[in-house]
Design a protein. Structure first.
Length: 210
């Protein structure tokens, strides 16, 4: 069994080495696998190093998980809330992320971490870089579940005009190479009801952290 639908990858106009794959997985199947992770390591709102509460509720699966607190941003093998190892990354999710990356030309991607964000209506994420990983030659693979969202990219300095990408449930964005350290974010979520996730959006971001 595999989750990935063999769809074509669309290069994002004006953003090198970034691709949009539309409707390339079944949201219900991915949601059910995600729930297995959440049952063991529930969603929580972490604190930024400056003491602010993050807008998205998060959890992780994989060998390591991304965490944030007063000590900074980093990857850790232990869930600080449960005191145990993060849940294993479901093999079907690993394969889905790997196949999406391969479809975009990143043949050697083998993620060891998956950050899972849950957004409520009115919440988003400001422009930032994914730079806590050790190897920037590896891409980022981002899956969208639930309510539609507007993802945006702002280049390597986080300034100037942004490129919007409208994402639906079942979509994937893959970026690496020249765009690996580009600033990106998510506009505040509009209210709505999704048949799978209800009144929220869930985003799974696969990385090679180690």
């Amino acid at each position: 069994m595999q989750l990935f639908k063999p769809v074509s990858s669309e290069p994002v106009s004006g953003v090198p080495d970034m691709f949009h794959l539309r409707n390339c997985f079944d949201p219900q199947q991915v949601f059910d696998l995600t729930q297995l992770v959440v049952d063991r390591s529930p969603f929580r709102h972490m604190q930024t190093p400056r003491g602010y509460t993050m807008a998205a509720a998060i959890t992780n699966c994989g060998v390591v998980g991304w965490v944030s607190d007063r000590r900074g941003y980093r990857y850790e093998p232990i869930d600080p809330e449960t005191g145990t190892a993060w849940p294993e990354m479901p093999p079907l999710l690993f394969s889905l992320a790997q196949m999406a990356a391969q479809r975009c030309g990143f043949d050697d991607f083998a993620p060891d971490a998956c950050l899972i964000n849950r957004y409520a209506p009115g919440k988003g994420m400001s422009a930032h870089q994914d730079r806590d990983e050790n190897d920037f030659t590896q891409p980022i693979v981002s899956l969208s579940l639930g309510l539609p969202a507007r993802f945006f990219v702002q280049g390597s300095d986080g300034k100037g005009r942004s490129t919007p990408i409208d994402l639906a449930s079942g979509d994937v964005v893959v970026w690496g190479g020249a765009s690996r350290l580009f600033y990106h974010g998510v506009r505040p979520l509009k209210p709505g009801i999704d048949p799978v996730t209800g009144s929220c959006r869930i985003n799974l971001t696969f990385r090679k952290a180690g």
